[in-house]
Ligand binder design. Structure first.
Ligand code: HSE
Length: 285
């Protein structure tokens, strides 16, 4: 039996819609794989009651099929589904790495990214690499149709997950079909700043580069309490705040010493809106 830990991830980071992603030091899924004649799946942990164990309907079943690696796969969910923290991507990423090693398949980690992305498409309907890439490679990733660029870095973050649910399908439906050229120019500048900030390990630049006038405003409307939570995080020292993935997690960049105060402020702001939430003091890892 082989055990793999796959980290939660945060995609988009505001200005990098469908392109940027980061691995988070916590939370994570744990996946155990053992050889079998046919693939069977067992899911435990947070939100497991919402995850199908049928290999045809589960991300890891598609990964096992693609690698021709039948196995008994135990998934211990540390990442709640529909959280905006790459829950299904983490299971797909862990299964891809675990099954490769179990069956000694000749794939690099980079080559596993599209395989895990196809697995994720089983549940999300579309294959995006912006969550599976950082879950497999770690650090900050830039996923484009031509491939993945990865940078190891360490930026402190607070990920605040409310008990509410936003489905990725709904969050994609509100993405505008057309955008204003001024907003494009602003977003390109922010994305470039964020990338430089990741390379330099600079939380100020990363936070500033999270600003996004194109996609985030429409998605923020799906998250009750979003504006108040962002304001509270900024007042507590966050350098930037945005929607994590498709939401409803709200993610803040900051300096390491500010994480506790920012987490408390975000939780209080959600509580003001009668929403119970959980704050993960984490970092790009
Ligand atoms: N980039 C994707 C989105 C991540 O924001 O819709 C969620 O799959």
């Amino acid at each position: 039996m082989l055990t793999v830990r796959a980290p939660a991830t945060s995609a988009n980071l505001g200005s990098g819609f469908d392109v940027f992603g980061v691995a988070l030091s916590r939370p994570a899924d744990i996946v155990r794989v053992s050889k079998a004649d046919e693939t069977t799946i067992e899911v435990t942990g947070t939100g497991s009651e919402y995850i199908p164990e049928d290999p045809e309907k589960n991300t890891v079943g598609a990964v096992a099929e693609a690698l021709d690696a039948p196995a008994h796969i135990e998934i211990d969910k540390g990442i709640r589904p529909a959280s905006g923290l790459g829950s299904s991507a983490a299971s797909a990423a862990a299964a891809a790495v675990g099954l490769r090693d179990l069956y000694d398949r000749d794939y690099t980690r980079e080559e596993l990214v599209p395989i895990a992305a196809e697995g994720e498409a089983v549940v999300s309907g579309e294959a995006h690499a912006d969550n599976v890439a950082p879950s497999i490679l770690g650090g900050f990733t830039v996923a484009t149709p031509d491939g993945i660029t990865q940078v190891d870095t360490s930026i402190p973050l607070v990920a605040c997950l409310p008990e509410t649910v936003v489905s990725t399908r709904d969050a994609r439906r509100v993405v505008p079909d057309r955008v204003d050229m001024n907003d494009v120019v602003e977003t390109v500048g922010n994305a470039a700043s964020l990338t430089v900030g990741m390379c330099r390990g600079d939380p100020e630049l990363v936070g500033r580069g999270m600003a996004d006038p194109m996609v985030t405003p429409a998605r923020a409307e799906l998250i009750d309490g979003y504006d108040a939570v962002c304001l509270a995080a900024r007042e507590a020292g966050a350098t930037g705040v945005t929607v994590s993935g498709a939401g409803p997690t709200v993610i803040a960049a900051c300096r390491a010493g500010d994480r506790r105060a920012i987490g408390s402020a975000m939780l209080d702001a959600f509580a003001e809106a009668d929403i119970t939430a959980r704050a993960f003091r984490t970092r790009v890892g």
